[in-house]
Design a protein around this ligand. Structure first.
Ligand code: SAM
Ligand code: SF4
Length: 382
């Protein structure tokens, strides 16, 4: 068959199961898709593997994710072609930014081939999509050049401290911090910037690493971002008293290096930005900036424009959702692009999630009810 011909399927003659999944009323992509709270869909996070080589206690504690943990068999993962097809349909609905995540995304074999395919996609106004990846950095030294050559624009590296003993304890697989720093250097050399470094701050565990991290990255061109420890999933034993509010992080850094607030660069931006100040109290571009992501103490659901696609094709509308919408049967049972785009449209139009805001309204100490089934961060990648 000529490869350019996309096989079309008339839903009226489709198998029963597929008909049930494709709503009769069509939502054609227009480049602007709003949910029930008027939030546009602009950002898609794609988890490419459920495998991990770290066992960070706040995300994949060893006690739960041990050697007997049943990872998904390869046939259940979306193929690169399936991921690219879905991403193209999201772009038609207005998505401008793709972030690859996981699990540890660099553990997915030949990930650069997926990057190459995604780099060909265009936004509704014909621009390349903003294409980035979040990694723990362990394999970055080896992969940075190939990722850049394939079309990746930027990376975000997770790093919870510079002290080797603290870092080894947090990743819980005795991985040395030096190797992540080598990965960062390789990413910089490859031109995968501006690089962001994400540090999850856990009170009593790595809060003493805040200032060493600020000193190390100030003036380096890397944007350091501090993330409040979140109550995602149901395995990390989250407690409010282990959350260090971002306001404290800013105060601690400001005492040593005065900071000035910066405007958000885009609506829906998760981080609040602060610049290092010069002697006149103005932002000093040579010293750079930090960001704080205050998902616990200052919810930002009102302009949340992110959807998340799991490794095996479940679409999640919120980091705290208990269930996803399964797109894989549509992909594997012959649905047309129009049907899949329409299904995505219906799902987003029905969205009203605002978990973090509701938690704030219930009070800062409240998390999900004990035993509530919630998706793990390690499954949809943050
Ligand atoms: N393996 C990659 C990595 O480590 O960057 C990508 C997946 S990881 C789930 C994505 C991000 O979520 C990391 O920056 C990690 O630190 C963050 N994360 C995981 N659990 C978290 C939690 N409970 N609270 C805040 N951030 C969390
Ligand atoms: Fe978005 Fe859900 Fe987070 Fe609110 S809680 S910002 S809706 S992912």
């Amino acid at each position: 068959m000529d490869k350019r011909v996309i096989p079309l399927l008339d839903v009226r003659q489709a198998p029963q199961a597929l008909r049930a999944r494709v709503p009769a009323h069509t939502v054609a992509p227009t480049g602007l898709l709003l949910d029930r709270l008027g939030r546009p869909l602009t950002d898609l996070r794609i988890s490419v593997t459920d495998r991990f080589n770290f066992r960070c206690s706040y995300c994949m504690p060893k006690e739960v994710f041990d050697k007997d943990y049943p990872y998904l068999p390869h046939r259940d993962l979306l193929s690169f072609e399936e991921i690219t097809r879905v991403a193209r349909l999201f772009a038609a609905h207005g998505v401008r930014k793709l972030r690859l995540t996981g699990g540890e995304p660099l553990l997915r074999k030949n990930i650069e081939n997926l990057v190459e395919q995604l780099a060909q996609l265009r936004t509704v106004d014909g621009q390349p999509l903003d294409l980035t990846l979040t990694t723990n950095g362990s394999l970055l030294a080896r992969k940075a050049q190939a990722l850049k050559a394939a079309g990746l624009q930027r990376v975000t590296v997770s790093l919870d401290g510079l002290d080797d003993a603290v870092f080894r304890r947090m990743n819980d697989v005795d991985f040395p911090v030096e190797r992540v720093l080598e990965g960062l250097a390789a990413a910089r050399e490859a031109g995968l910037g501006p690089i962001k470094v994400n540090m999850v701050v856990k009170r009593g565990t790595n809060e003493h690493e805040i200032l060493p991290m600020a000193r190390y990255f100030r003036g380096s061109g890397v944007v350091l971002r501090f993330i409040e420890y979140m109550d995602v999933g149901a395995t990390n034993g989250w407690r409010m008293d282990e959350v260090l509010p971002s306001a404290d992080v800013v105060r601690r850094i400001d005492q040593e290096f005065p900071l000035v607030p910066l405007e958000a660069t885009a609506p829906g931006e998760t981080a609040q930005r602060w610049a290092y100040a010069d002697a006149d109290g103005r932002p000093d571009p040579a010293l750079g900036e930090i960001g704080v992501i205050s998902s616990v103490t200052q919810a930002f659901c009102h302009d949340c424009s992110r959807a998340r696609l799991s490794t095996e094709g479940q679409l999640y509308l919120c980091l705290f959702a208990s269930g996803g919408h399964d797109l894989r049967p549509l992909l594997r049972e012959g649905a047309s692009d129009a049907d899949i785009a329409s299904a995505i449209g219906h799902i987003w139009q029905g969205r009203a999630d605002r978990y973090s805001e509701l938690r704030s309204e219930r009070g800062p100490d409240s998390a999900a009810a004990p035993g509530a089934r919630r998706v793990e961060m390690s499954y949809i990648g943050g």
